[in-house]
Every structure is written in C-alpha cells, then in structure tokens.
Design a protein around this ligand. Sequence first.
Ligand SMILES: [Zn+2]
Length: 307
Amino acid sequence: MREGGCTGEVCPRCVGHHLEAVRDAMASGRRIEFVLPAFPTKSPNPAKVLGPLPDLAEELALRFLNSLCERIGAIYPPGAAILICSDGRVFNDLLGVSDENVTGYVRALDDMITRMGATHLEQFTLDKVYRGAGHTDMRTMLSTGHAPEIEELREEVRAGGAPLAMYRGITRFMLEDLSGPHYTGTRSALQRECRRLAYRVIQRSRAWGDLLGQLFPAAIRLSIHPQPCGTEKIGILLADTPDAWLTPWHSVAVESGGRFTLMKRADAERAGAEPVHVAGRPSHYVLAPDAARPAPAPHEPGHRPRA
Ligand SMILES: [Zn+2]
C-alpha cells in the first residue's frame, strides 16, 4: 500500500507469512514458485482499452514479471517461476464479457509468453481445472465448492480497511466498465447494480483463490491489489502508474520520453497521445514528454480546457 503500513520498507511482519514457503523451497533446492491471479480479460469499455486482445500493456507487465524471476535466479540458482492464474473465466459473465473474448485473450497471452521467450511464466486457467465442462458449469462448480457467503463478505467490508478498499476499487471499475454508451438506465440504478456485482466478483475471486491455495499449497501468493503489512499475499505493482489500481487490462500503455506508463485510453487521447500500430494491430500510444501529465476528465473538478 502506498499510504500507511510499511511503504518502501520491508519489516519482519511484512515477510513473516512468506518466509517459511521461501525457506522450504530453498531447503530442498526447489525453484521458488509464485501464484498470481491476474490477466483476466480486457475491460469491455473502449474508453479504457484498445480492444479485447492483450497488447503492449500486457507485454510490459509480463516482461517485468519474467525479469523479476531472472533477478531471483541471479542470487538463487534454482530460480523462480510465476504461475499466472488468469481469472477471466471466473467472473467474465459479471463483467459483461463473452466467454469467446476470454478464450481469445488467454490464447493471445499464451502466444505472447512464448514469443517473448518468458520461460519463467506460465498461464493457468479455470478451463484446466474442469476440463471439458461448459463455461457456465465451470463457474457453478467453482462457486459451489469454494465461494464464501455474500453476507460474510459484507461484514468484512463493513469492518473497513483493505476489504473496504478492495470493494470500492472493484465497484469503481465496474461503474466505468458498465457505463458505456450502451447503458440507458439511471446513474443511481447503475451504482446499485455495480455494488451488487462487486460483491459477486469478490466472491468468485475468493473462490478462485481458495481453489488455487488447494492446488498449489507451497506457492507464494502474489496479488495485483495493494496489500497491507502482514497479509498472506504480497501486493505487486505490474506497471509504473500513478494509480495503483490501474492494470494493463483496464488501460493502454503510453510511452513518453522513453518511459512507459498506463493510462485509460480516453485520458491518453485527451492528453494528445498518438496510437502506434504493430503488425497491423493497435499496440500502444506515444505522448510528447511535455504533455505527459494526464489531463483530468471533463466531469472531474480541476478540468481546464486544452489550448
Ligand atoms: Zn511490514
């Protein structure tokens, strides 16, 4: 977490939960294995992303994760590996994303990992757990076997702290993703719906996490969400971005002055960024360095008309 806790420092409590798993692996000379539930599917909102397939935003994140394993390998020769537990199939029906788009995203991500030669990364999906089952049945089996009750989650969120931050973050993303031009209802109805859906997304994520814990008990758990000190997951930031909640699948990669950041597509375009195509497909944006600060959205306070 960027505020409070152990920002920039690592205290004994931070590492307490994970030290044993690392020591166990090292004692038997095994490679250190991480599990990262992430890379679900692109946001369905065209104001945030370039399309349904992974692009340079994902590629940069994968490069970072692979290089992290290489850095571990430099000081511990058996090395490390990250199992990317792509969770699109777990909750795409709640996000209004088709199963076909999830399949396309997963395949393209696999191709990307192969093409990059990212030998420390591998992808794992719900399809590999319930082989041959229908997609809806997979989600039902996962929920039946592993999901907590919604009321249990409500209590955690009411108690504040990290669960409340998570709930707010997910509600915010759902509002952005579902308030596209196709939505015709009122804002308050959409907010109610997103709060309801956020609980269901958290419920499915927990179910997925529980299943992964059973399947990979020796692995160290990573999370793309900011984590407070002393939790069972290590929070990991996939890209250099001012908003710790912004992920490659909710944004576009923007290169400016030789550095990359993530921005929502509409923000990048508003700031004057130009799209770049690679092999005939949209890949990322380039922004002149003097325009690098994201312009606020028109409805946000502090908006100034561009000259
Ligand atoms: Zn700490």
